[in-house]
Design a protein around this ligand. Sequence first.
Ligand SMILES: *Cc1c(COP(=O)(O)O)cnc(C)c1O
Length: 250
Amino acid sequence: MLSHESIAARIGKIQQQIEAACVRSGRSSGDVRLMAVSKTHPAEAIASAYAAGLRLFGENRVQEFQQKLPLLEDLGVRVSGHQESVDGIAEIRFIGHLQSNKAGRAAEIFSGIDTVDSLKLAQRLDEAASRLARRLSILIEIKLSGESTKSGLAPESRELAELLERLPDLAGVEMRGLMTVAPLDENSETARSCFRRLYGLREELAVRYPRLDFNELSTGMSGDFEIAIEEGSTLVRIGTAIFGARPQPA
Ligand SMILES: *Cc1c(COP(=O)(O)O)cnc(C)c1O
């Protein structure tokens, strides 16, 4: 694990890069939030990023985060459980593939689910959130590359249309926008065209489904977040550039 100081220094550098990318693209730096992707990293690493001022974290396994949660509390990190971040309280969002049978547990420990990729999952989250008398904010994951290993709904799919039609009636979930993962590619223009397509899709869907909120565009990771910001990202998800290489592939 990287030292406390080195995590703080890396965060400072990323914040400068975010700022510069915003200036280049005529955006305000307040329009782009930084999520620290802490999956596979220990609670101590989250505590270092929290001490450096970060309040938004991404995790991709229910059980892993369930184990880290009490450790975070011991380390003095205040976690929102299921409300959204208020001053000083860290918000932890889920960014992995969520099986429907884990929706109940996820709704209890995460402040939101950024990778909703089926109608069934949205319905399970709605039921779970309603039982907890809360609203769970969600993003819909869109798959823009043909890679069969990637999760997410295809832009033209019947299931995406059906999900968007049903969402206004699911009182337990609150739709906030879209997210995607760009394909792994040496050529940065591949990522750029993917982010640009998601932006275009968002514009279209916002017109077609005026009852839904599409403001959040979660795009960009360690290798491509500056491009993502130039292409309209409102939330960048950064793991490796903050915490170093992950202990095991995740
Ligand atoms: C792991 C992960 C990230 C962070 O990736 P890095 O390249 O380490 O910054 C971002 N988004 C998702 C969905 C991830 O699973």
